[in-house]
Write a protein that binds this ligand. Structure first.
Ligand SMILES: Cc1cc2nc3c(=O)[nH]c(=O)nc-3n(C[C@H](O)[C@H](O)[C@H](O)COP(=O)(O)OP(=O)(O)OC[C@H]3O[C@@H](n4cnc5c(N)ncnc54)[C@H](O)[C@@H]3O)c2cc1C
Length: 397
């Protein structure tokens, strides 16, 4: 049986660790932070992921974790509401998206994984590079609370996100797509009378996304890339005014943002590795292909990569023969789906960029009115967002 070391305890890393341990394979996950409790990018658990949890027998238990459920997505454009997606027709058990802070999701999955004796999670262990011998990656060098350590592994999987040390250390070639947007990320108190479903508000050259986290909204405020210093220079009162103008029901609440420290700048990237693997090393999730927040699908794509990798690699790892051809198979199987999804995100960026360039009051474009009135449109977008282009299923043990 071959040993696996996973760098990064995000959605991809914890899911892959869980699935390998469930199959009885020895696996160690290294997470550089001491806990999962921080502002992650992405709180959405989509129907495709809920279906995977159902196949794993974890669905009912998972839904006991506090969460909100949204059955559709809407956009408020120039004050007028358009229903963009309707999940109620999906061929899945869950016909909704779960909104849950990502630390709760990761704690849940890590807790389930910990029941398997071959699963080890090292929190506060930061990979600093990969070990290499004769062109083969043989494990990970890590900085730990007890000093530097080397973890030997037959397979190392980089699940360490957009700034992955795994791919940098292995010198894998990264291809960047230009992205014209960034996101300001902050919280605003939520009141029980506020809308339940996830909403995007577009007006006055801005797009604001509200994610319902029960007693507060996680707010994503889209800006043109590089605009944050200018917004800060204009001052907080201008920022409050802009926010309340775009989302009128937040009137009186924007003052909660009383210091710029409460607003995080999240830089958006879209990129992909030319090659996801080397002998002994595979990258998946954002480490192999950083996703934009558009559509809120990056977490689910990362989870689908993990399931696909587990399905392809479990048998060869068990037989002790996992090698470059199996790693290549993972890339070949997933790459086209990921790249097509990124292409759609890039088209959306171009539309968003047009919105962000025009600070005037917006009236809904005729194209939006037309497309949202086409029968089946809301079901189609629900399939893309809720299931993705290549839904995965849990393989047999
Ligand atoms: C602003 C923004 C908002 C987004 N919103 C959404 C959304 O609402 N829904 C959605 O589905 N997607 C969203 N995305 C995309 C989504 O965040 C990513 O696609 C997804 O998190 C990728 O998962 P991952 O497991 O590959 O990587 P990550 O989630 O980035 O996890 C990587 C993990 O590796 C750890 N790590 C990093 N380096 C090391 C190291 N050297 N050693 C050990 N551990 C390490 C990190 O601490 C982290 O826990 C958003 C993206 C952005 C930029």
């Amino acid at each position: 049986m071959q040993r696996t070391c996973i760098i990064g305890g995000g959605p991809a890393g914890i899911m892959l660790g869980y699935l390998l341990a469930r199959a009885g394979l020895p696996v160690t996950v290294l997470e550089k932070h001491a806990d999962f409790f921080r502002d992650f990018r992405g709180d959405t658990i989509h129907p495709s992921t809920l279906q995977l949890l159902d196949e794993l027998g974890l669905y009912d238990k998972f839904l006991q974790v506090p969460h909100a459920e949204v059955t559709g997505l809407s956009a408020i454009v120039g004050g007028r509401k358009f229903v963009m997606s309707d999940f109620s027709h999906l061929p899945t058990r869950a016909k909704f998206i779960v909104l849950m802070p990502q630390w709760d999701f990761l704690n849940f999955l890590a807790g389930e994984a910990a029941q398997y004796p071959t699963f080890t999670l090292r929190m506060g262990w930061e990979a600093t590079g990969v070990l290499e011998e004769n062109g083969v990656v043989t494990g990970v060098r890590a900085s730990t609370p007890d000093g530097p350590q080397e973890i030997l592994a037959d397979l190392t999987v980089g699940c360490d996100g957009r700034h992955a040390i795994s791919r940098a250390s292995a010198q894998l070639t990264l291809i960047e797509e230009g992205v014209p947007i960034d996101v300001l990320w902050f919280r605003i108190a939520r009141q029980p009378t506020d809308p339940e479903n996830a909403l995007g508000y577009t007006n006055y050259g801005r797009l604001v996304i509200l994610i319902n986290r029960s007693d507060y909204f996680q707010v994503g405020y889209l800006i043109a890339k590089g605009d944050f210093p200018k917004i800060q220079q204009d001052g907080l009162p201008r920022f409050h005014e802009s926010l309340e103008r775009i989302v009128p029901f937040l009137a009186g609440r924007s003052g909660e943002i009383d210091a710029w420290e409460k607003v995080k700048l999240l830089t958006v990237q879209v990129n992909h590795l030319q090659r996801w693997f080397l002998p002994g090393l595979l990258c998946i999730g954002d480490a192999a292909h950083a996703m934009s927040p558009v559509g809120g699908i990056g977490v689910n794509i990362a989870l689908q990569d993990a399931v696909a990798a587990a399905n392809i690699l479990t048998e060869p790892l068990r037989a002790g023969v996992a090698g470059p051809s199996h790693l290549e198979q993972v890339q070949r199987y997933r790459e086209r789906t990921v790249r097509n999804t990124q292409r759609m995100q890039l088209v959306a960026h171009r539309l968003l960029n047009r919105i962000l360039c025009d600070p005037r009051p917006m009236s809904p474009p005729w194209q939006l009115r037309l497309v949202t009135s086409v029968p089946g449109f809301q079901r189609l977008t629900a399939r893309f967002i809720g299931l993705g282009l290549q839904p995965q299923h849990i393989g047999r043990l």
